[in-house]
Design a protein around this ligand. Structure first.
Ligand SMILES: Nc1ncnc2c1ncn2[C@@H]1O[C@H](COP(=O)(O)OP(=O)(O)OP(=O)(O)O)[C@@H](O)[C@H]1O
Ligand SMILES: [Mg+2]
Length: 241
């Protein structure tokens, strides 16, 4: 049986204060095995990005449990969660989130250095070469195309060799062809490194490339939670009835 990478149990979260408060996650259950690729889909405002933030330990639940690779994040202090995230989780955002006054190489290397990784600059250089940016190491984000900036962000996410890669609309700011190339890169890295991938997308073609789709509506998972009986289990029930 495959190892469980993500287990979310009865996850509940309200964001904002008073009149502006929104019940964003309404008792979500979700199980994702190691090595799966999962596409989270659903309408705007349904809670997809918030769900990713919880999986990344960037947002805390009000109640419920979030266990990543056997570690209960809900039971850890903020510092320990940050440390866990740095070692185990890579994150890619729609708008790249690169530091404008750092070169491509520095954007990838500096987080490694801050985590006391030895040979940070050499690891960063190799990672940028592996995403096809060996000729752009000294470029600043403003000197790179959107697709190239997203490749830098992917190299930065992959540099610590995370077990889990989380991406929120990773192709959302790119044209169709560039988006496809970035998606190809993400899926090839996932296969090569045997990572678990969870991505949010509005692009049905991109979602269809994932091994499973999880559908979210108004803060609830309406299908694909991993808790439904599998087709084969249902069939065997029917057969034995
Ligand atoms: N800090 C906050 N305070 C109050 N409400 C918030 C906060 N963050 C998010 N929300 C609300 O929670 C809901 C879910 O937001 P979220 O960003 O998770 O949606 P989404 O599914 O990612 O949408 P989109 O597809 O547009 O990116 C939205 O209605 C949003 O307005
Ligand atoms: Mg979103």
């Amino acid at each position: 049986m495959a190892k469980t990478m993500i287990e979310l149990k009865n996850a509940d979260l309200t964001l904002g204060q008073a009149a502006a408060s929104v019940h964003v996650l309404k008792g979500m259950d979700l199980v994702i095995d190691a090595g799966e690729s999962v596409g989270i889909v659903g309408p705007s405002g349904s809670g997809k990005s918030t769900l990713l933030m919880v999986l990344a330990g960037l947002e805390r639940l009000d109640s419920g449990e979030i266990v990543i690779d056997g570690t209960p994040l809900h039971g850890l202090s903020e510092d320990r969660v940050a440390e866990f995230r740095g070692r185990n989780i890579g994150i890619v955002f729609q708008s790249f989130h690169l530091i404008p006054n750092m070169t491509a190489l520095e954007n990838v290397a500096v987080p490694l250095e801050l985590a006391n990784v030895r040979d940070a600059f050499e690891i960063a250089r190799q990672e940028l070469i592996s995403v096809g940016l060996g000729e752009r190491l000294s470029h600043y984000p403003g000197q790179l195309s959107g697709g190239e900036q997203q490749r830098v962000a992917i190299a930065r996410a992959l540099a610590p060799s995370p077990k889990l890669l989380i991406a929120d609309e990773p192709t959302g700011n790119l044209d169709g062809e560039t988006g496809k190339q970035v998606a190809d890169l993400i899926f090839s890295k996932q296969a090569e490194r045997d990572m678990t991938l969870v991505l949010v997308t509005h692009d049905t073609a991109l979602a269809a490339r994932c091994s499973r789709q999880v559908r979210v509506r108004s803060g609830e998972i309406v299908s694909g939670s991993g808790h439904e009986p599998s087709v084969s289990a249902s069939l065997s029930k029917v057969a034995s009835a």
